[in-house]
Design a protein around this ligand. Structure first.
Ligand SMILES: NC(=O)c1ccc[n+]([C@@H]2O[C@H](COP(=O)([O-])OP(=O)(O)OC[C@H]3O[C@@H](n4cnc5c(N)ncnc54)[C@H](O)[C@@H]3O)[C@@H](O)[C@H]2O)c1
Length: 256
């Protein structure tokens, strides 16, 4: 039995990832602040063993108790997907220290707590794959996102450090860096007036948003030792070419 833990599994990228890993034969532990009931039914319908845990991943006591419950039930953990995260679109000059700290707590400190809690068992097993969901905002600067971008840059730094520290024990750490994905997060950010669909699709060589499935398939690849067993410490953009494209706008749009 292979066991995967996915945070932020109630919706969006996390929910799709749970479904993809369930279909690939994993038992799945679904962690979210809100109820994962619908995602739980979806993965069980796919034939997977599954359990949902509801709580805040920035709360160390909740993380420790959840890891203990997962290990008590299945006795091992093969994959940790640190996916839960919060968006924050706010000009730097008007971002409060409290808001900045909250974004770091959820997007950067919590993945560290989860890596520690589940990593203990992975180290004993001398195997495991940690997949951190960063962003292209972890690779380049994007205006009005000081807290979010710092958290995602930090998450890539954590990924590289864990790869260096735990690679010798057979525990791999990698990051997936999505471009813009059509999820509830995008709906909320657009509703706040942050940007439009065209702002994004015009900027991407492939001319479309990512789907949650685009991201989930990259996560499955990094989860599976058979496919990515010697990939460790990498931050892989899944962005339709965004971060590789230095073209000016009219040149890019001429190629459609
Ligand atoms: N949507 C995008 O365009 C995009 C782009 C790049 C990176 N990402 C990253 O991908 C990840 C998933 O994004 P999404 O678009 O699916 O987001 P989403 O907002 O649709 O879903 C995130 C889930 O995480 C949960 N969550 C939030 N805070 C939590 C906490 N403290 N404890 C437990 N659960 C918590 C939410 O309840 C929600 O179910 C995030 O880390 C996000 O930063 C998203």
């Amino acid at each position: 039995m292979k066991v995967a833990v996915i945070t932020g599994a109630a919706q969006g990228i996390g929910r799709r990832t749970a479904e993809v890993l369930a279909a690939a034969g994993y038992a799945v532990a679904l962690i979210d602040l809100q109820s994962s009931a619908a995602a739980l039914v979806a993965v069980q319908t796919l034939g997977a063993e599954a359990e949902a845990f509801t709580g805040d991943i920035s709360d160390e006591a909740f993380v420790t108790a959840t890891a203990a419950a997962v290990i008590a039930r299945w006795g091992r953990v093969d994959v940790l997907v640190n996916n839960a995260g919060i968006s924050c679109i706010s000009p730097a000059e008007s971002t409060s220290a409290a808001l900045y700290r909250r974004v770091l707590e959820v997007n950067l400190v919590a993945p560290f707590l989860l890596a520690k809690a589940f990593g203990a068992t992975m180290l004993e097993q001398r195997s495991g794959s940690i997949v951190n969901i960063a962003s292209i905002a972890g690779l380049v600067g994007i205006g009005d996102r000081s807290a979010y971008n710092a958290s995602k840059h930090g998450l890539i730094g954590l990924t590289r450090t864990m790869a260096a520290e735990w690679g010798g024990f057979g525990v791999r750490s990698n990051a997936v860096c999505p471009g813009w994905v059509k999820t509830e997060m995008d709906v909320a950010d657009q509703a706040g007036g942050g940007y439009t669909d065209a702002d994004i699709t015009d900027r991407i060589p492939m001319g479309r948003f990512a789907s949650p499935d685009d991201i989930a398939q990259a996560i499955l690849f990094l989860a599976e030792p058979a496919h990515s067993g010697f990939i460790n410490g990498q931050a892989i953009p899944v962005d339709g070419g965004w971060t590789s494209d230095g073209s000016w706008q009219s040149l890019r749009l001429r190629k459609r």
